[in-house]
Design a protein around this ligand. Structure first.
Ligand SMILES: Cc1cc2nc3c(=O)[nH]c(=O)nc-3n(C[C@H](O)[C@H](O)[C@H](O)COP(=O)(O)O)c2cc1C
Length: 208
């Protein structure tokens, strides 16, 4: 389907067909699409923990305020953001040097700039959330293109998720993202604010 059709038909699913699964191949294709998202300096803060096994789903549900979709969806991704992505930027960008896309001198400049920009924990956190969110949105569109549905969630206890799934302090749980086959009962797309309410030209003054 055309990209615009996929964007316009996607819903945030709440009801997933239980007892269904996705192969590791499909899960990895979805993540491969997610990693095509852009990120600041191409830092690629996103990481994914795929929860597919019944006992793991139960543990995730317990730290996700009992949300049943965590059990029913074929997979729920714990979408993480790397708070220290800037510290490995030389290596990350080195791959594009090797591929002949950018010069080492450009990388050296970017590494220097990123070191300054992300010295501050608030900036690290902002960027981790931004990158992981762009990856999550890309994954949702990829899922839709594959005939699947998805449901993003912020209804979880981040410390509980880190504890239950051995996630280090370096990674920020940004959202849970359930993906699978729909069950009956999902709401249609909810009503959006109109373009004239969210778009202005040249100034934000009228947004007050
Ligand atoms: C960051 C984020 C967190 C969300 N958290 C939850 C959640 O914890 N539980 C839930 O049922 N829906 C959650 N939602 C789904 C929203 O309610 C849904 O995207 C919104 O109502 C629009 O739905 P629609 O895209 O189907 O129109 C979340 C959505 C986003 C983007």
């Amino acid at each position: 389907m055309h990209t615009l059709g996929i964007i316009n038909q996607r819903i945030s699913a709440n009801k997933f067909a239980p007892d269904t699964s996705l192969s590791h191949t499909v899960i990895e294709e979805l993540v491969a699409c997610a990693t095509q998202a852009p990120s600041s300096f191409n830092q690629q803060h996103w990481r994914f923990v795929a929860i597919t096994e019944p006992q793991d789903k139960e543990r995730l549900k317990a730290v996700a305020y009992g949300q049943q979709k965590v059990i029913d969806a074929a997979v729920t991704f714990i979408v993480l953001g790397d708070l220290l992505a800037h510290t490995k930027l030389a290596e990350t960008l080195g791959r594009s040097v090797k591929a002949g896309i950018i010069d080492q001198a450009v990388v050296d400049g970017m590494v220097g700039m990123a070191g300054q920009m992300y010295a501050n924990p608030a900036a690290q956190r902002d960027e981790a959330i931004r990158s992981a969110s762009l990856a999550a949105m890309t994954l949702m569109l990829a899922a839709e293109a594959k005939g699947l549905v998805s449901g993003p969630m912020i209804g979880f206890d981040p410390e509980g998720v880190k504890r239950e799934f051995q996630i280090s302090e370096r990674y920020l749980p940004v959202m849970l993202l359930a993906v699978g086959y729909p069950a009956p009962g999902n709401w249609p797309r909810k009503v959006r604010l109109s373009v004239s309410e969210v778009l202005t030209y040249g100034t934000g003054e009228s947004l007050a």
